[in-house]
Design a protein around this ligand. Structure first.
Ligand code: GLA
Length: 322
């Protein structure tokens, strides 16, 4: 295969992948050939980095960080504040001052240990999906209310001066969520909160969870915020989110449709190539994609550009040839 994604897209944006420490060995060639940005799929999350209070476990994050540095690959940080994948001890004692100190230590430790990480998702998924609620009901929100946004961004800014600090969320093209996302970003900016990037996760699906027009319109609106813009967790599920059937093997027709979807989505990304800084796929190839276990455990769902044998799929060729 002569195509290299990072070469093809070098005049548009960085092409990234979420990786695990193991995939650096099992998928090394593919990563080196195609990607010039990586994100730790899980290794920098709170639950992994601090499974016990004051005891850091950073072997996997170290391995991924060193791999990036040794190979001249940019690395983005993911994530500091989220309601999932947090350790059990974190909210055991719901004391606001204590939690602020814990968060400060956490961010300081990661910021100092990984100085070359060029941007961080400071807050992940803090907005609610419904019409009724604005903020998602999480332990962070219960304890601090909306102030936790300011707290987390201020701490990050203290230790990460000059790095891009992202708010990152999904369902970002849904009109209800999009309105909230834009409002949140404007609100934070006007209050002087040091947010400097918006991350659009882009977990899409066939018959695209969102139409191409919605994606285009959304990107245009997010770009107008005047913040850095990245696609942070792209994949193309073969099944709509609502479909919980155990399909055994994806069909030729589904892969073909997937390729068409990829082609049109990347056409929009290229159109906004000046505004979009990086496009990161959530995984390297279909064998290691989270979609094989979500929302249906054990269901094969090839949502990435390379198949289970790490070979390029039709959707890969569809975005190389334009
Ligand atoms: C979310 C998170 C990611 C990852 C994906 C699915 O979108 O931001 O860290 O957990 O879900 O794997």
């Amino acid at each position: 295969m002569q195509f290299s994604l990072k070469e093809i897209y070098k005049d548009y944006f960085r092409i990234g992948a979420a990786v695990s420490a193991d995939s650096l060995d099992s998928h090394k060639e593919l990563i080196l050939k195609h990607f010039n940005s990586i994100t730790c799929e899980n290794a920098m999350k709170f639950g992994i980095t601090e499974p016990e209070r004051d005891k850091y476990k950073l072997e996997d994050a170290d391995k991924i960080y060193n791999f990036a540095i040794d190979n001249g690959i940019a690395i983005r940080g993911h994530n500091f504040v989220w309601h999932q994948e947090v350790p059990d001890w974190l909210f055991e004692n719901p004391d606001r001052e204590l939690l602020k100190t814990v968060l400060d230590n956490h961010i300081k430790t990661l910021a100092e240990r990984y100085p070359e990480v060029y941007c961080w998702d400071v807050i992940n998924e803090g907005l609610d999906d419904s019409e009724e609620r604005f903020y998602r009901d999480t332990p962070w929100y219960e304890l601090f209310g909306e102030e936790y946004f300011k707290i987390a961004f201020d701490i990050s800014d203290k230790y990460l001066k000059g790095k891009t600090l992202f708010y990152n969320d999904y369902n970002e093209f849904n009109p209800v969520k999009r309105r909230k996302y834009l409002e949140l970003a404007e609100r934070l900016k006007s209050e002087g909160v040091p947010i400097s990037g918006v991350g659009l996760q882009c977990h899409l699906g066939l018959n695209h969870r969102f139409s191409i027009d919605e994606i285009k319109e959304g990107i245009e609106l997010y770009a107008k915020l005047g913040l850095k813009l990245q696609i942070t967790e792209l994949d193309f599920s073969l099944y709509p989110y609502e479909d919980r059937e155990m399909h055994t093997q994806p069909t030729f027709e589904e892969y073909k449709q997937q390729a068409e979807t990829c082609k049109s989505v990347f056409r929009v990304f290229r159109e906004y190539g000046k505004e979009i800084e990086a496009v990161t796929l959530w995984g390297v190839s279909d064998d290691v994609s989270w979609l094989n276990d979500f929302p249906v455990k054990g269901r094969k769902n090839g949502g990435l550009l390379f198949d289970e044998e790490q070979k390029p799929k039709e959707c890969f060729y569809a975005i190389c040839d334009f």
